[in-house]
Design a protein. Structure first.
Length: 94
């Protein structure tokens, strides 16, 4: 989300920490110049994106799976520019 954009938060997240964890988090909040909610939501959301980004298995509804199959069974388009690019020598070849 863009900096300066406001949004309404309507769901609550409660977390229990040790005293040491809370002290560390509070120090990080202060160091970033933000508030606790923004710090926690931003970092937890980023961690969630990282965890989910490398998943190789996605479950789809029956309708979504049918659409996926329809898209994947389409005939490939001819892309001359891409073919040209892939035909160029690579700097990684010896």
């Amino acid at each position: 989300m863009a900096s300066g954009t406001t949004r309404s938060r309507d769901s609550r997240l409660e977390v229990r920490t040790t005293r040491e964890e809370r002290t560390l988090i509070d120090r990080a909040v202060e160091a970033t110049g933000t508030d606790l909610t923004t710090f926690v939501v931003t970092n937890v959301t980023e961690a969630a994106y990282r965890v989910l980004a490398d998943r190789d298995r996605f479950e789809l509804s029956a309708d979504a799976a049918a659409e996926w199959e329809r898209i994947n069974h389409r005939r490939a388009r001819d892309l001359p520019s891409l073919r040209q690019l892939l035909a160029r020598p690579t700097p990684f070849d010896e």
